[in-house]
Design a binder for this molecule. Structure first.
Ligand code: MRU
Length: 336
């Protein structure tokens, strides 16, 4: 399994996803600020992987201080938590992690025990994501038939989950079970998670795939070339609305028009039961240079105004089923 987030006992190692596929470069750190910056810069990305990296980052923040009293420790940890929370606003897993780490801090008053408890909680969060994504991969694989061509968008594989992957985990598992599947993956503008990361993972897994630009998806759906679509999620609201990479909503509407099942795969750490529907989920707006420049080369006339939301909201009515470690929730039949 590809390991995007590695705890090495006293430091955190992250596979720098901005360098892939050209280079397999790692970033090793003991500094929570470096972890926070790696999340913001998307050196580590994908909602579950962000949650896991942030957990280790928070634990590293706790180890930074020695010989302080409980009040000083808690005040320092509140800065660490705020720094992490400010990295990426949409991925629910980040906030699930922060809530869990916060509750550890509130439960224990001995600072030495606290540091140990925080690192243990981070390891637990990581191991839970691994188990959850393994189950999701198996449940997702069952939805595909031998001979299917499946479309996926962005990257929801081992890189994005610090585990087995969700959407791509299901594809990898289907192939492992001997199903003859093929994949069509979208490029995913502007940061090319599809062509850089999903293509890399599918190649490593030996799954036959063809890359298309985002705007080709409707054409291939209308030709009958796609039998199912599966994507991950950054946050799922209480009513089942799904926030995922920009372009997901468009694919879901097209899937309905073309009678193609549209599946979403995500661990429970992505579910936001406190938010009633997708419209209340914060959508991250990223730097406009992600669109005006390609690897430092300016592609647009000077002064071009740009909109760059990183995610969109797919209303629950377009989703055929949501796959989590608790099972498969079918539209109109059962809920998670
Ligand atoms: O902006 P990114 O690359 O972090 O966005 C990632 C996605 O949209 C993924 O589909 C999502 O986080 C699920 S990853 C299992």
């Amino acid at each position: 399994m590809i390991r995007s987030v590695n705890w090495l006992g006293d430091c955190l190692q992250l596979l720098d996803q901005t360098k892939l596929p050209a280079k397999e470069a790692y970033l090793t750190t003991t500094d929570y600020r470096v972890v926070a910056s790696a999340i913001t810069k998307m050196q580590v990305r994908g909602a579950p992987a962000i949650g896991v990296a942030a957990a280790y980052g928070i634990a590293l923040g706790a180890f930074e201080f020695s010989n302080v009293n409980l009040a000083q420790f808690r005040s320092h940890m509140s800065v660490v938590m705020k720094t992490m929370a400010a990295t990426r606003p949409t991925a629910k897993n980040l906030f699930t992690t922060i809530e869990r780490m916060e509750s550890i801090i509130q439960k224990t008053s001995d600072t030495c025990l606290l540091k140990q408890a925080l690192i243990e909680e981070a390891i637990k969060i990581h191991s839970e994501e691994q188990s959850a994504t393994q189950i999701i991969s198996k449940l997702g694989a069952n939805l595909f038939r031998d001979g299917d061509t499946i479309l996926t968008h962005c990257n929801a594989g081992p890189l994005a989950t610090a585990g087995y992957g969700t959407a791509i985990g299901a594809l990898i598992e289907a192939q492992r079970q001997g199903k003859n599947i093929r994949v069509i993956n979208t490029e995913t503008r502007p940061l090319l998670q599809g062509s850089r990361l999903t293509a890399w993972e599918l190649k490593v897994a030996g799954i036959p795939f063809k890359l298309i630009t985002d705007s080709m998806a409707a054409y291939f759906m209308s030709k009958g070339s796609i039998q199912a679509i599966i994507v991950g999620a950054d946050r799922i609201a209480k009513n089942g609305d799904v926030v995922n990479k920009i372009g997901t909503y468009m694919l879901a509407v097209l899937a309905r028009e073309n009678n193609i099942p549209f599946y979403v795969a995500a661990p429970l750490s992505t579910f936001d039961y406190d938010t009633p529907s997708g419209e209340f989920i914060p959508i991250e707006e990223r730097n406009t240079t992600e669109i005006t420049e390609i690897y430092g080369t300016v592609m647009t006339p000077e002064g071009t105004e740009v909109l760059n939301p990183a995610f969109d909201i797919t209303p629950t009515c377009y989703i055929t089923a949501i796959i989590s470690e608790k099972g498969v929730a079918w539209q109109g039949k059962n809920s998670i």
